[in-house]
Design a protein around this ligand. Structure first.
Ligand code: FPP
Length: 263
C-alpha cells in the first residue's frame, strides 16, 4: 500500500503555501486529472499545438512532484484517450514522442522517489517501442510503495467496461463464475483499475465540464473540481487549491449529513 511522507518531511509546503487551509491528515488518497487546454494555451501564445503539449508535459512533471511531496497515494493522469487517435497524425505522433521523452527523462527520478508507474488503457494500440519502454518502466518500479503514478493511455471508460464484461463472460463460460456471483466488488476487479482505489478527487482544467469517457465506473462517488486554468499553466498552488476545495466538502455517499455526524 503506498505510503506518503510524514507531515514532518514537508514543512516547506506548509510554510510557503498560500493556502494554509490544507489538512495534511485528510488528503485525497487518489487524485485523477483530465489535463485539458494544451491547444488553447498554445493558441493564446501564438504557438503550435505541439508546443502546448510540451508545456503540458512540464506541468505533469511538477504535478507528480507535488503529489509525491504531499503524500498522495495515487495519481491518475488522462494522457491519451481512445478518441485522441482521431487527431491529426502529426499531433498523435508528437504526443507519443513526448511520452517517450517523459519516460526516458523521468524514470530514474520516479524510481528514486519510490513511485510506481502503472498504465490503464489499450496498450496494444501503441507502437511496439513505446509499449516496450512502458513495460520496462512498469517492471522497474513495480516494487515501489510511496505513490502510484497511473497513466491512462489509449484509454476509454466505455471500452474498459466492455472489456470487463468480456472477461467475465469468458470466466463464466469456463465455469469460474456464475451470473449470481457477480457483485459490484468483483466486477471492479475485472476493470483496468483492479488494484487501484476509486478516485476521491477528479480535477479537470480549462473550464470544460465533462467526464469525456474517463473512469466512468470509478467516479461514482468522486468529488469533481473544475478550474479555468489551462493545463500547461497548472501549478502547485492550483493543485493545493483543488485539494482545499475537496477538503471543504462533505462526502455523504448517499447518506444524510446527520447520519454522518453520528459516526
Ligand atoms: C488535452 O488538451 C490534452 C491532451 C489530449 C494530451 C495530454 C498530454 C500531455 C499533458 C503531455 C504528455 C503527457 C505525459 C504524461 C508526459 P487539448 O489538446 O485537447 O487542448 P484544447 O482543448 O485546448 O485543444
Amino acid at each position: 500500500m503506498p505510503r506518503g511522507f510524514g507531515m514532518a518531511a514537508i514543512p516547506q509546503i506548509r510554510e510557503q503555501s498560500p493556502l494554509k487551509k490544507i489538512d495534511l491528515r485528510k488528503l485525497p488518497r487518489h487524485i485523477a486529472i483530465i489535463m485539458d487546454g494544451n491547444g488553447r494555451w498554445a493558441q493564446k501564445h501564438t504557438l503550435g499545438r505541439i508546443s502546448g503539449h510540451r508545456k503540458g508535459a512540464d506541468a505533469v512533471r511538477a504535478t507528480v512532484r507535488t503529489c509525491r511531496e504531499l503524500g498522495i497515494g495515487y495519481l491518475t493522469l488522462y494522457a491519451f484517450s481512445v478518441e485522441n487517435w482521431q487527431r491529426p497524425a502529426a499531433e498523435v505522433e508528437a504526443l507519443m514522442g513526448l511520452l517517450k521523452e517523459f519516460l526516458a527523462k523521468e524514470i530514474d527520478e520516479l524510481d528514486e522517489k519510490g513511485i510506481r508507474l502503472m498504465t490503464i488503457g489499450n496498450l496494444q494500440a501503441l507502437k511496439a517501442p513505446l509499449r516496450r519502454q512502458l513495460k520496462q518502466a512498469v517492471e522497474r518500479t513495480a516494487h515501489n510503495e510511496a505513490m502510484v503514478l497511473n497513466v491512462a493511455l489509449s484509454y476509454g471508460g466505455r471500452d474498459e467496461i466492455v472489456e470487463a464484461a468480456k472477461k467475465i463472460l469468458r470466466d463464466g463460460l469456463a465455469g469460474r463464475i456464475s451470473p449470481d456471483e457477480i457483485t459490484r466488488e468483483n466486477f471492479a476487479g475485472y476493470l483496468y483499475t483492479a488494484r487501484i482505489p476509486d478516485p476521491d478527487l477528479l480535477i479537470r482544467t480549462s473550464g470544460e465540464y465533462r467526464i469525456s469517457n474517463f473512469l466512468l465506473w470509478q467516479t461514482a462517488y468522486t468529488e469533481f473540481y473544475f478550474t479555468d486554468v489551462l493545463w500547461p499553466d497548472f501549478q502547485r498552488e492550483d493543485l493545493l487549491r483543488a485539494i482545499a476545495a475537496y477538503q471543504a466538502r462533505e462526502r455523504r455517499f448517499g447518506l444524510t449529513s446527520d447520519q454522518l455526524q453520528k459516526d
